[in-house]
Write a protein that binds this ligand. Structure first.
Ligand code: SF4
Length: 331
């Protein structure tokens, strides 16, 4: 990996490559790319959600923000005709007062219709919540694959294969002179795919190659309950991918710092710290950074303080890129 590039930057490069080149074996389904999503037990570096244009358009009727599990419970079960919410929705398995709160949130966001009948709240769906997720792909990024990283990765991928939450799991690693050491790959489950990357000249669609195709993970043998649970968890992950994408790092870094820049790297834009003279990781670019200096007021966007604010220009640029590229599939 070139000096000064962290695993975080590698992750952004893999996300951008996926956005340009997914799926690696051709075909052009619509898809979304997101990063750092997962469950309590497991967090994936890069997630690709494959869908289709109609499904994505149907999902967008529910707005651009993600739906959490409480909101999903409502929009997936809201009836076509007005009904008392307790009659319409399945027992959530937690107190109904939380459902009532979620109904108010859903109403505020315009994703369910509500009205009162005496002291009863009735609900009606605005549209059927679509079955918009085709496949979930998890990619684990390990730029420097040494023996200990390979062992750790093998455990994680084995868990992914066993859990069957993703349809495919992949490992991405930096291409070396020897390609990838076969001995390192021996311990990885054969179901996991392997991508080797070459980002020296910047990110483009040809920056990664498939070394090993994954096996589509099977859920055969799961019972109806666990299958329903798995379906719900997949939807929650897909919703997070839909709402967050992979360019949301501005929320945890300091784009309001005078040294925060975005540098072009092929077809990617990557965070760059002018004080440190390198691509900074999300770990160092935070409130504890000793080099932080606030962006001078003169740099702030027109409209400040009404519309602008520190770092608003970079934050807006990342949001615009996410809208243009992450939603429909390709630039
Ligand atoms: S100086 Fe620190 S806070 Fe500012 S951009 Fe660089 S790493 Fe981030």
């Amino acid at each position: 990996m070139p000096t000064g590039r962290s695993e975080f930057v590698y992750e952004l490069q893999v996300c951008r490559w996926a956005e340009l080149a997914w799926p690696p074996d051709g075909g052009t389904p619509a898809f979304l790319v997101a990063r750092q999503l997962g469950t309590k037990r497991r967090r994936w570096d890069t997630v690709v959600v494959e869908t289709d244009p109609e499904g994505l358009a149907a999902r967008r009727r529910f707005g651009d923000r993600e739906l959490d599990s409480d909101l999903l419970h409502i929009v997936r079960h809201a009836p076509a005709e007005w009904a008392f919410y307790r009659d319409a929705l399945p027992d959530p398995g937690y107190p109904w007062r939380y459902v009532r709160e979620a109904i108010h949130r859903a109403d505020d966001r315009g994703i369910v219709d509500t009205r009162r009948d005496g002291n009863k709240i009735e609900i009606r769906r605005i549209a059927p919540y679509p079955d918009w997720v085709d496949r979930l792909i998890a990619i684990e990024n390990k730029p420097d694959l040494d023996a200990s990283a390979a062992r750790q990765l093998a455990d994680q991928l084995t868990h992914d294969v066993d859990a069957g939450l993703a349809d495919e799991v992949w490992m991405a690693t930096e291409r070396t002179e020897d390609r990838v050491e076969p001995a390192l790959l021996e311990s990885l489950p054969v179901e996991a795919g392997i991508l080797t990357t070459e980002f020296e000249a910047g990110v483009d669609a040809a920056s990664a190659a498939v070394e090993w195709y994954p096996t589509r993970l099977s859920t055969a043998g799961t019972d109806a309950d666990s299958d329903g649970d798995r379906h719900s968890r997949r939807l929650e992950l897909a919703e997070r991918a839909f709402g967050r994408g992979w360019r949301n790092y501005g929320r945890t870094m300091r784009p309001d710092c005078r040294f925060f820049e975005l540098h072009r790297d092929g077809r990617a834009l990557l965070p760059w710290c002018a004080a440190k003279g390198r691509h900074q990781s999300s770990m160092v670019c935070g409130s504890s950074c000793d080099d932080f200096q606030p962006e001078p007021p003169a740099w702030r966007t027109r409209g400040w303080p009404i519309e602008g604010g520190p770092g608003k220009g970079i934050t807006q640029l990342l949001a615009d890129r996410a809208d243009r590229t992450n939603r429909p599939g390709r630039e």
